[in-house]
Design a protein around this ligand. Structure first.
Ligand code: AMP
Length: 424
């Protein structure tokens, strides 16, 4: 029996990278004051219809929804911002925390056409900041994002930035775009004909070559920003420059969802092919009010865990055991087991093999695990009360270097002594 199309298992060699991503999120986002929120994966369909906009691809054709037995239409969440805002309103956080910072991680569901890097269940790590409208909030979030990408070693991830205007200036831009598109209507695809009527901003998002050619000379949103939006964007950029955060201005960048305004961005990574966006975000000042709350501004981003995991620089090294303990005979099993347990209790990733094979066979296994060192427990070692450490990378032995009975910190030091010598 196979998994459902577009749904997949994440096996340990990959999930180790997910753990790196999630652990770094808890640490770095936590250090900026973000609290971890655990959300349900099922929501009322109405939540997404109201928050994402009826005319987005997601709501029109990508949602996994069904009618619950009591007649309520429900949907597996395609993204989590709407859920965060619902929880923020429903729990009363909106009244208790004038500025509220939340982060989440978990699966999202969209019925897109599966391909490399695109799944129907995928995972995101995201943050939402509610209650701040000032440009410092935007800049701080982008600095946090770039610090995160650097910490996890996301290879060649780069930031693309734009401003989408707000309630004051966007309607006029949208109309200008519609008029521009209408003038070349016959050259646009069927989807774009629909966008012309219902969501002209998305004309800029079409992947069809002919449409891209037409839209290449479309008016730019940056040229039609009102004074307030212009000032806000200039300050965001000034603060980013000050912090040394590199970005590329991409005036045609639009976000898929209707509720974005002002600062919007995407993170793209090299080496991923067509699906090269590893994350995106932006400001959404009207969303809380659209969901029945007060007029609270918001800003946030989501990172695609499946795609980020593919671009971690030293992904190969993650999860490699520091050592594997190899007992050479039955009488070595007990002491080898003790040693492994004590090293593991001291926080080291350590493997343990059963006895009954030759040293050569055992070393081959240790190599297969990618271990840096083997800890050999044979007859000589048992007699001396000290195990031999073999550096598997440099192929050198340190005979009887590891005293079985030493206190844990000494044990760890003795095990790593070669590395210290090598790096000092
Ligand atoms: P979005 O919520 O569309 O802005 O998506 C944010 C990030 O989630 C994207 O940049 C991708 O990295 C990831 N993502 C979105 N859709 C998918 C998908 N179908 N499969 C895998 N990752 C996805």
């Amino acid at each position: 029996m196979a998994a459902v199309k577009g749904f997949r298992d994440v096996l340990p060699e990959e999930s180790r990278r997910w753990q790196v991503l999630e652990t770094a999120a808890a640490r770095i986002l936590g250090s900026y004051g973000y609290g971890d929120i655990r959300l349900p994966v099922l929501e009322r369909t109405e939540l997404f219809a109201r928050s994402l906009g009826e005319t987005t691809d997601i709501v029109e054709k990508e949602m996994y929804g069904f009618t619950d037995r009591d007649g309520t239409p429900v949907t597996l969440r395609p993204e989590a911002t709407a859920s965060v805002v619902r929880a923020y309103l429903e729990s009363g956080l909106v009244h208790r925390e004038p500025v509220c910072r939340l982060w989440y991680a978990g699966p999202m569901f969209r019925r897109e056409r599966p391909q490399k890097g695109r799944f129907r269940q995928f995972s995101q790590i995201g943050v939402e900041l509610l209650g701040r409208a000032d440009p410092l909030a935007d800049a701080e979030m982008l600095v946090m994002l770039s610090q995160y990408l650097e910490a996890v070693g996301a290879r060649e991830a780069s930031l693309e930035l734009n401003s989408l205007g707000d309630r004051a200036c966007r309607p006029a831009y949208r109309e200008a775009l519609r008029a521009f598109g209408e003038a070349s209507r016959e050259r646009l695809c069927g989807d774009c004909h629909r966008r012309l009527e219902r969501n002209p901003m998305r004309l800029l998002d079409c992947k069809v070559d002919a449409c891209r050619e037409v839209m290449a000379s479309a008016p730019l949103v940056l040229d039609s920003l009102c004074g307030d939006c212009r000032g806000h964007f200039a300050e965001v950029r000034r603060l980013l420059d000050r912090q040394g955060v590199a970005y590329r201005l991409v005036p045609r960048l639009v976000r898929g969802l209707d509720y974005y305004c002002r600062t919007a961005w995407e993170v793209v990574a090299a080496g991923l092919g067509a699906q090269n966006a590893v994350g995106g975000g932006g400001r959404y000042d009207g969303l809380v009010a659209a969901l029945g709350g007060p007029d609270v501004p918001g800003i946030g981003f989501a990172l695609g865990v499946d795609r980020l995991a593919m671009v971690l620089a030293d992904g190969e090294a993650i999860g490699r055991p520091e050592a594997v303990v190899l007992p050479l005979g039955d009488e070595a099993v007990g002491p080898a087991f003790d040693l492994a347990t004590r090293l593991r209790a001291a926080g080291l990733a350590v493997g343990l093999e059963p006895a009954g094979r030759t040293l050569k066979a055992l070393l081959r296994t240790a190599d297969r695990h990618g271990a840096r060192r083997a800890i050999i427990v044979g007859e000589d070692e048992l007699r001396a009360g000290r195990a031999t450490v073999r550096d598997l990378e440099r192929r050198i032995d340190r005979p009887r270097a590891l005293p079985f009975a030493a206190p844990a910190p000494d044990l760890v030091r003795a095990l790593r002594a070669d590395a210290e010598v090598a790096t000092s």
